[in-house]
Design a binder for this molecule. Structure first.
Ligand SMILES: Cc1cc2nc3c(=O)[nH]c(=O)nc-3n(C[C@H](O)[C@H](O)[C@H](O)COP(=O)(O)OP(=O)(O)OC[C@H]3O[C@@H](n4cnc5c(N)ncnc54)[C@H](O)[C@@H]3O)c2cc1C
Length: 260
């Protein structure tokens, strides 16, 4: 499948890109273009952000700033990202396809897409992450994931708060390059537990009741609650019951690991 568009436009600024986006409902922002290609849809103009310096990862004392055009590969190899939560966030992103693919796929495309199977969103959801959208919006990753409808704006960067703690990530898949059947991302940050489960097959969500129980130190009960409070459904390659069984096992394992 090729990326089909009548025109290609390399934006000179975010304002320029936004104005071009608004010109026609069939204009789109392109990150790595991998998902846009896969949909097989035809667009009027694809708007490229690659001249805007959005391929940088920067940090200050409290936050990490990841430009939307940072590739998954640069993200997973970044020393700044690898310092976060014993390198597990980088590991979660490394679980997506192969290195050649991750050299092209971007953080912006992965977040904007809100793909139900997303390992990238699952890995990031238990952290304190804000998404900055041009022209004038900033929202938590959790709000963005739960936002229904078409997002207005262009993702400029994601902002990750630096915190102390440990993380656990597990993608259950049939082959090395496959989509996840289910994924788990469990983080203890600043002494509190966060549990995200994705590809249920719904997009990653936080299991709030299970998180409360985990903070009391009741990890087995927390795993049981997680398997009940989120919605699990059948897919062609995995049953609802198996997803629930995996949840009990991996939530318990993850909670023990991050609280050791
Ligand atoms: C065959 C295949 C297998 C995959 N397997 C997995 C997997 O196992 N796990 C996983 O987590 N992911 C998987 N993915 C998803 C992949 O990791 C990327 O998330 C996906 O390709 C989108 O990234 P991209 O840079 O290619 O985005 P694009 O295809 O360029 O864009 C995706 C969407 O985001 C919009 N967009 C892009 N950048 C911005 C921006 N800065 N602001 C606003 N909108 C923007 C586009 O308009 C489009 O709607 C897979 C994708 C494919 C095609």
């Amino acid at each position: 499948m090729s990326l089909r568009a009548k025109e290609y436009y390399r934006a000179s600024s975010l304002e320029d890109a936004y104005n071009k986006l608004k010109e026609n409902p069939k204009n789109v922002i392109v990150g790595g273009g991998l998902w846009l290609k896969k949909t097989g849809l035809e667009y009027h103009t694809i708007i490229d952000l690659s001249n805007l310096g959005l391929d940088q990862i920067k940090e200050d004392k409290d936050f990490i700033y990841v430009g939307s055009m940072v590739s998954l590969r640069d993200f997973e190899n970044s020393p700044i990202i690898n310092k976060l939560f014993n390198g597990v966030i980088a590991f979660g992103v490394r679980e997506v396809m192969g290195p050649a693919f991750r050299n092209i796929a971007t953080i912006g495309g992965s977040v904007y897409g809100r793909f139900p199977f997303s390992d990238v969103i699952a890995a990031l959801l238990p952290l304190d992450v804000k998404v900055k959208l041009y022209p004038n919006q900033e929202m938590s990753l959790n709000d963005l994931v739960n936002y229904r409808g078409k997002l207005d704006g262009i993702i400029e960067q994601i902002i990750i708060r630096k915190e102390e703690g440990k993380a656990f990530f597990k993608k259950v898949k049939t082959t090395a390059l496959d989509f996840p059947m289910i994924n788990f991302s469990i983080v203890n940050r600043s002494g509190k537990n966060y549990i995200a489960i994705g590809s249920r097959p719904g997009v990653a969500a936080l299991a709030y009741k299970a998180m409360e129980e985990a903070d009391k130190g009741n990890y087995e009960k927390a795993a049981e609650i997680a398997s009940q409070e989120l919605q699990f459904l059948d897919s062609s390659n995995i049953s609802k019951e198996y997803r629930i069984d995996l949840t009990k096992v991996y939530v318990l394992r993850g909670l023990k690991e991050v609280n050791e």
